[in-house]
Design a protein. Structure first.
Lengths: 374, 413
């Protein structure tokens, strides 16, 4: 397990993380819920659920003004609020002066999100129904574009390095991790704040053409979730010299684009490629965590993972069970892999897969480090 | 970086969908002629707006341009992206099969993804409630469909379908992502660029901000009054230089370098320091000095603020006599995610064909924009290094530097 990263260097490492989820704001709320095995509190028949039988897993009582203060939050949308709150814990919990002062131009932000479809819909609706088509609220224009959240994370933290937003659906968080890795390999940044966020809204739910139908098996994918997770990804050498402890190596991220009705080949292809490029075979994988996609794509993903890995490997990192969180699905899977207790002795390999019903699949192979410096 | 110098990356194919041309040959003619694609927008109902010119793509037969794609299944921006990608692969004289066997990246930048379709759905919802929303249109909204459409049109499966959503600089972000993936050896080819379709929401937003010009977009002009929204797609096929030469490919230009950064300053207002820094980083990445740059393809939106801030940053980097600096949005409109991809293709054509495309609709240069913008008429020139700027709301700057390939050059192009 000592394969070099792309470009010949050691693989980049995750050295800090945070999550905003239906379990609460922050890493510890997520970790505690995952350790306790509690089912998250779903809100059935929520006022904004498009159908009476849709379960929603909202981030409880999240208001950007209450969480982040009144300054700069008057028009902040929910996705941006999640991202800024998570980034605050990520950076606040990272004892490294280079992040606080002077390191902003070497710190990149890479976020996956579909943005704010409710604001987009409301804006068009106002244009179509108001007395004049331009009687619309200009304050919501910035959040009508998905790059709003990444831009606000940069503004709030003085981060002038590369800043990318990725909008590819349920595999987006793995596109983001792969892109972050490319930025490090290319020397464009020393560290990347990489994550994925989605906010629940009635419009987002209505616009999900692939949402599970009522009664669909595979319960975790049936409801609608929100929130996300964010990770500090950095070069192993930089992390090794600093005060942060490497938690997870990102060995490889592989991608496939599937034929319209064949997700299995796409999932299998990217898992096998990611393992091969990591110098591993399936028997060496300690945990495999699929994305619990609703419907046929999810069935095919589960089937491939069951063919490749033993049952206990597929069960070791349990799904967060916080509904379909869109772009953030795979970020929550990685967070779940970080929430399980670290192995006591040797590092372990974890495969994270995600499929999007639009036709993409991705697999990240990660290596969880033992507790303490190994 | 560790180890050997990174691989060199070249452009071997290009495809264009725009208001002034369909296809790269027609695009070259249009750029040379200084054609302006502005006209009243007909794609959506513009009644009630005092003015509503835009740069709309004329209807074309999708089915005739596409081989695997069913036009009924995809949104307007995705069809533009797939068309431009098909053109780029044809331009590169590559078979689909040759690409299918290689590891690749499709990276398409966009501002709005399937927002044109979202507008149609909102109108359906107003007319008939949620149940009236067409499920086929719903499937066309996600922006991820833009890069998937490209992959599907070409039958690619060993490919990362990446849709970059950094708004108006996304085309350059996509090219830069392809450059990095090829330099590190992660992929063997990259289809990169951007695509967007006109939509009511986007137009209304710029209109409400007072940024839409009444008739024409006039970059750097003392009388400039804003941008015109546009649509289209530009896709470039990038390959590692030695591999391209080994297969006897025609090399249009080399991608010398790229940089991206963030102003971290304001959501809507551009920041001169951030833009200046991004240009310097791009030139460093390309290993060229400012004095080596023969032409700047500016972001040049034609708004009061952008053009003054951009020219101020150019003056800081290039001193008192910057190279000719053109604003192609006078011809193309602001095509959002496609903008820096289409401008990048224009940059490559300028290198390959020995000319500078003009800044059209130009009357008198604003003293605040102290650049030679090559007004109205293309000029013969010999640009070897061209810098292509792209900036966006949220402070997302991205700059790509193209250069003449020293062996192929313009004679071969």
């Amino acid at each position: 397990m000592s394969r070099a990263g792309p470009g010949g260097g050691a693989p980049p490492v995750v050295s800090a993380w945070s999550a905003v989820s239906c379990f609460g704001i922050g890493r510890s709320a997520f970790t505690a819920a995952m350790a306790g095995g509690a089912r998250p509190p779903a809100v059935a028949a929520a006022p904004c659920a498009p159908r009476p039988d849709d379960a929603v897993y909202p981030v409880p009582s999240f208001d950007p003004r209450a969480v982040l203060g009144r300054k700069g939050t008057r028009t902040m949308d929910r996705v941006s609020g999640f991202a800024v709150a998570a980034a605050r814990e990520l950076l606040g919990g990272t004892p490294d002066a280079s992040l606080d002062a002077g390191g902003g131009d070497r710190t990149a932000v890479v976020l996956a999100t579909a943005g704010n479809p409710q604001a987009m819909r409301d804006f068009t609706r106002a244009s179509l129904t108001a007395a004049k088509p331009f009687h619309v609220d200009p304050a919501v224009i910035p959040s009508g574009v998905p790059n709003c959240a990444a831009g606000l994370v940069a503004i709030w933290n003085g981060l002038t390095g590369p800043n990318t937003t990725i909008n590819t659906g349920r595999a987006a968080a793995l596109n983001a991790v792969g892109h972050a890795r490319r930025l490090l390999v290319a020397g464009r940044a020393d560290r990347v704040i990489v994550g994925a966020f989605e906010a629940h809204s009635a419009t987002r739910a209505r616009l999900d053409p692939h949402r599970a139908q009522p009664g669909e098996p595979g319960a975790p994918g049936t409801g609608i979730g929100e929130g996300g997770a964010v990770f500090l990804l950095e070069n192993a050498a930089a992390c090794g010299e600093g005060p942060r402890e490497p938690l997870l190596d990102v060995l490889h991220v592989a991608h496939r684009t599937g034929a319209p009705d064949d997700f299995a080949a796409a999932v299998r292809g990217c898992v096998e490629e990611a393992l091969d490029r990591s110098g591993l075979h399936p028997g060496q994988v300690w945990a495999a965590r699929g994305s619990e996609c609703a419907g046929e794509p999810g069935r095919q993903e589960r089937r491939v993972l069951a063919e490749l890995f033993a049952p206990e490997v597929c069960d070791r990192v349990r799904p967060p069970g916080n509904g379909d969180t869109g772009s953030a699905v795979a970020a929550f899977q990685i967070a779940a892999a970080l929430a399980v207790p670290a192995p006591p002795d040797a590092p372990v390999a974890i495969a994270v897969t995600a499929v999007d019903p639009g036709g993409t699949a991705a697999c990240a192979v990660l290596r969880r480090r033992p507790q303490g410096r190994a | 970086m560790t180890g050997a110098a990174p691989a060199r990356v070249v452009v071997t194919g290009m495809g264009v969908v725009s208001s002034i041309a369909l296809g790269v040959t027609e695009y070259l003619s249009a750029l040379r002629a200084g054609r302006c694609g502005a006209a009243p927008v007909s794609l959506f109902d513009t009644s009630g707006f005092a003015h509503a010119n835009g740069h709309q793509v004329a209807d074309y037969d999708y089915a005739a341009r596409l081989r695997r794609t069913d036009p009924a299944e995809w949104g307007r921006a995705a069809l533009f992206a797939a068309t431009a990608a098909r053109m780029a692969v044809d331009d590169a004289h590559l078979s689909d099969r040759a690409l299918q066997q290689r590891q690749g990246l499709v990276s398409i930048g966009t501002t709005d993804g399937g927002s044109h379709e979202l507008d149609l759905l909102v109108a359906q919802e107003i007319a008939g409630g949620h149940d009236a929303m067409d499920g086929r249109l719903v499937r066309q909204v996600p922006a991820g469909g833009l890069s998937v459409a490209v992959a599907r049109e070409l039958g690619l499966t060993r490919v990362e379908a990446m849709t970059v959503a950094t708004a108006c600089s996304a085309g350059n972000h996509a090219i830069g992502d392809g450059l990095d993936a090829l330099r590190s050896g992660e992929v063997e080819y990259a289809l990169c660029g951007g695509a967007d379709a006109l939509c009511r929401r986007n137009f209304t937003g710029f209109y409400r901000l007072g940024l839409v010009a009444p008739d024409r977009c006039r970059p750097f002009d003392a009388e400039r009054a804003g941008l015109l929204t546009g649509e289209g797609a530009g896709v470039l096929l990038l390959e590692e230089r030695e591999a391209a030469r080994a297969r006897g490919a025609r090399i249009h230009a080399e991608v010398l370098g790229y940089a991206t950064n963030c102003d971290a300053y304001h959501q809507l207002t551009p920041n001169q320091a951030g833009i200046r820094r991004c240009m310097r980083l791009a030139l460093d990445n390309a290993r060229v000095d400012p004095a080596d740059v023969d032409l700047i393809s500016a972001h040049g939106t034609g708004t009061r603020t952008n053009d003054a801030v951009e020219c101020g940053a150019i003056a800081e980097v290039f001193g008192g006599s910057p190279p000719p600096t053109v604003g192609l949005k006078g011809m193309l409109g602001h095509t959002m995610g496609a903008a820096s991809a289409l401008a990048g293709i224009a940059s490559v054509l300028a290198i390959g064909h020995g000319f500078i495309p003009p800044t059209v609709n130009h009357g008198r240069t604003d003293p605040e924009c102290a650049v030679d913008c090559v007004p109205n008429t293309a000029v013969a020139a010999d640009p070897r290094v061209v810098q292509n700027n792209g900036f966006a709301f949220a402070g997302n700057n991205a700059v790509v530097v193209f250069g003449r390939d020293r062996r192929s050059g313009r004679d071969a192009a």
